[in-house]
Design a binder for this molecule. Structure first.
Ligand code: HAM
Length: 428
């Protein structure tokens, strides 16, 4: 006996069904509008990249690369990875396509799936969607503030409430090495009070200890030296400027000295945006995160180019939109409905629908059905103003009935005149 196969989507990955697609489309259209407004151009990069792009760009010691990367060896022997994030690929494309020779800044945005081998839980998936904005060639702090403003605007436009921005400055190659040393010696003297993960971090990247959510590490963390007290003059001024710009546009931010982010490429400003509802969940699930990464282009083989950007998690935004029981973005909205009966009417309907499409008039139908009653019920549900009825007799006579759904009045017109008639009525 053969066993019946039961396939399921891979763990942590899921189908985006039509109901969810509507949220995705809503988000996409808000992001696209805002991108256009701020002068960002769209880029798509491959889903697979050379794995080394991420180990070098994002950092070998980060969880994203060290623990969570889906990688594979191709038949040709290349070592590739499913992209876990979008910044390193965008930088690779910027360098590879000589975008440094374009007038700067180069502003790019993307929207697509990303992959991390994480423990699936609420708001955390192995395949998830992000949209991101990356700005190359500008080092002024105003860009950091504008990046935050863009993400805040998008989330607001999507009607998400209680948004909180957390921000920090993690220094640069001038001041961070010294701070790291300070931090290492502080944590080393308290190593036994740290969780096993943080003991590992102490050797690999002590900054990440600041980000630890383990109860055990909190008391040690809270006494740790803060980078803000050890910034060099340039970073200090940059941070002060960013905060002043944010004050100027009245964005409500909170300083978080423990915010270090889970990717190694950041310099100076880092930020995340949450919604403030439940502290626990909130900490798990930033809606967006980003910052400045002034050394990444050079690190990946390009010319020294300052850059700043961020990305947001689409799935998390959809979850919130659903939770807040935001009215589901409307399904297909039709202006008229075409009800038909019999094979000849179906044949003529196929042609008629095309004529409406060319006129850009949206038309609902239920071509597979024959029951007029069921079709009228559907027309009612769709809330159309007019229903066209093409019965067997009308089809023979090349005529069609127009029914005004509001007042119930009906009139019969010639089939070849109906598109014009409806067009007149709609545009009235
Ligand atoms: P990230 O903080 O790793 O940053 O991801 C950005 C957003 O993607 C998060 O705030 C979250 O909403 C969403 N996200 C991340 N992992 C998952 C997951 N496993 N499941 C669901 N959603 C997730 C970056 O990826 C940087 N490349 C952002 C950036 C762009 N920095 C500069 N430019």
């Amino acid at each position: 006996m053969t066993k019946k196969l039961k396939f399921q989507a891979p763990t942590g990955m899921h189908d985006i069904l039509p109901e969810e697609q509507r949220y995705f489309q809503k988000i996409y259209s808000v992001v696209e509008d805002i991108a256009k407004f701020y002068g960002f151009e769209k880029i798509d990069t491959p889903i697979l990249e050379d794995a080394e792009l991420f180990s070098k760009g994002v950092g070998m010691s980060t969880d994203i690369v060290g623990k969570e990367m889906f990688s594979l060896r191709t038949k040709g022997g290349d070592y590739l990875a499913l992209r876990p994030e979008g910044t390193a690929p965008t930088v690779r494309a910027f360098i590879e396509n000589g975008m440094i020779n374009l007038p700067q800044p180069v502003k790019l945005w993307y929207f697509g799936p990303f992959f991390r081998y994480e423990h699936p839980q609420a708001g955390r998936f192995r395949e998830f969607w992000q949209f991101g904005f990356e700005n190359f060639g500008e080092q002024n702090a105003v860009i950091d503030a504008q990046t935050i403003q863009i993400f805040y605007n998008i989330l607001q436009e999507l009607k998400l409430k209680n948004l909180v921005i957390e921000i920090n400055c993690i220094g640069d190659s001038q001041c961070r090495p010294y701070y790291k040393k300070l931090l290492t010696s502080y944590f080393r003297s308290r190593e036994s009070a740290l969780c096993p993960d943080c003991r590992r971090r102490l050797r690999e990247n002590p900054l990440r200890i600041l980000d630890c959510k383990e109860e055990k590490c909190q008391p040690v963390k809270s006494q740790a030296p803060q980078i803000i007290d050890h910034l060099c003059e340039i970073c200090h001024k940059h941070f002060k400027d960013v905060l002043e710009f944010l004050d100027g546009i009245e964005l409500p931010y909170r300083l978080n000295p423990y915010l270090v982010r889970g990717l190694d490429y950041y310099t100076k400003t880092v930020f995340e945006i949450f919604t403030e509802t439940n502290e626990e969940i909130q900490k798990q699930s930033a809606l967006a995160g980003g910052g400045r990464y002034d050394t990444l282009v050079k690190l990946l083989g390009g010319r020294d180019t300052p850059a700043c950007g961020a990305a947001a998690g689409v799935n998390r935004i959809v979850e919130l939109m659903r939770e807040r029981s935001q009215k589901q973005p409307k399904e297909f909205e039709a202006e008229v409905f075409l009800a038909q009966l019999g094979n000849l009417a179906k044949k003529k309907s196929l042609k008629l629908i095309e004529e409406f499409r060319k006129e850009k008039i949206t038309i609902g139908e239920s071509l597979g059905r024959d029951s007029l009653k069921a079709q009228l019920v559907k027309a009612n549900k769709m809330g159309v103003k007019y229903t066209l009825i093409l019965g067997q007799q009308e089809a023979l006579d090349d005529k069609i009935i127009i029914r005004d759904m509001k007042i119930g009045k009906q009139e019969t017109v010639k089939l070849d005149k109906v598109v014009r008639e409806i067009s007149k009525k709609i545009k009235k």
